[in-house]
Unconditional design. Structure first.
Length: 309
């Protein structure tokens, strides 16, 4: 199945016009055949509404401060010097755009939580849409083609902005939800199926883990607030989980190197699975006790070859 996914992605990258046309047709059909999704007003009613230091909804506002710290650090490092090892111009612009989105999230989300409503929610979602669109462009650069990824940055950013504008004035979340869902599926698929250009690609999996943890925490907003004896809500926990995504991304950028032999995560997992079978108990050893050491040594040598290949 992963092999089929690799072939499909390669063909889509070769036939961008056909892929874009197909995507546009699917989007139009979706808009015609599905009902409008309005923004539920209950979304703005968070469990923790305490005013601790003269700031309304204090915890949900203050918990955005870490986004400002990591966003500014990442933006400075991506634009100045070679600390993050961004050798391609497209990478610099995409990562800079990502960190701009992270930094703006600190202001947009804090502004929204001071007085939650639809008008302010625009400024909460807009920076996140910028960050997600930028990461998708990064993946296209790293996993498919540099020029295509760089060229895709502006259209992806524009699509994210337009989806939010459409929601705000049309009270319809379908384009915004679809864009976020498609971006997430594309990023996860490319993470697993396509070989990375750099080392330390496992950090992407950790980042995805923090994302899903944050989503679960948001769904359990009121329950977590009650379970923690009204000390911290699920939505505040979500902020702390989400900020770990740019933290892990920054650490990954600082540690990674160009990968000489490119291998996807799926292929690496397959190798490890094969090597694990080599160490399963073999009942035939019971009848050949004198050959145990020799066979174990041969199995160890075979495992080392697979791991190093």
């Amino acid at each position: 199945m992963v092999k089929m996914l690799q072939v499909a992605m390669n063909r889509l990258s070769e036939h961008r016009g056909l892929a874009s046309g197909t995507g546009l047709v699917c989007f139009v059909l979706l808009m015609l055949l599905t009902p409008r999704i309005p923004q539920p007003q209950s979304y703005h009613k968070f469990s923790d509404q305490r005013n601790l230091i003269g700031v309304p909804n204090s915890m949900n506002v203050i918990s955005n401060f870490p986004f400002l710290i990591i966003g500014v650090i990442g933006l400075v490092l991506s634009l100045h010097g070679n600390y993050l090892g961004l050798s391609l111009k497209g990478e610099v612009w995409c990562w800079a755009s990502f960190y701009v989105g992270v930094t703006a999230t600190a202001f947009g989300s804090a502004y929204y939580h001071l007085k939650p409503n639809d008008a302010r929610l625009v400024w909460d979602r807009l920076p996140m849409a910028i960050a997600v669109s930028s990461i998708l462009a990064v993946f296209i650069i790293e996993r498919i083609d540099e020029r295509k990824g760089t060229a895709a940055l502006f259209p992806l950013l524009l699509a994210g902005v337009l989806s939010i504008i459409y929601w705000r004035f049309g009270d319809d979340l379908r384009p915004y939800t679809l864009l976020q869902f498609v971006s997430l599926v594309a990023i996860l698929s490319m993470t697993i199926a396509l070989p990375p250009k750099y080392t330390h690609s496992l950090y992407w999996v950790w980042a995805a883990g923090w994302f899903f943890l944050g989503m679960i925490e948001e769904l359990l907003d009121r329950k977590l607030y009650r379970w923690t004896n009204h000390s911290i809500s699920g939505h505040t926990m979500k902020h702390f989980s989400f900020v770990m995504i740019p933290v892990f991304m920054t650490v990954m950028l600082a540690r990674r190197n160009i990968k000489i032999e490119r291998q996807s995560l799926w292929e690496r997992w397959r190798v490890r699975l094969k090597t694990s079978h080599l160490f399963q108990d073999d009942k035939s050893f019971i009848f050949q006790p004198r050959n145990i050491a020799g066979k174990n040594s041969a199995r160890q040598d075979e495992a080392n070859k697979l791991v190093n290949s």
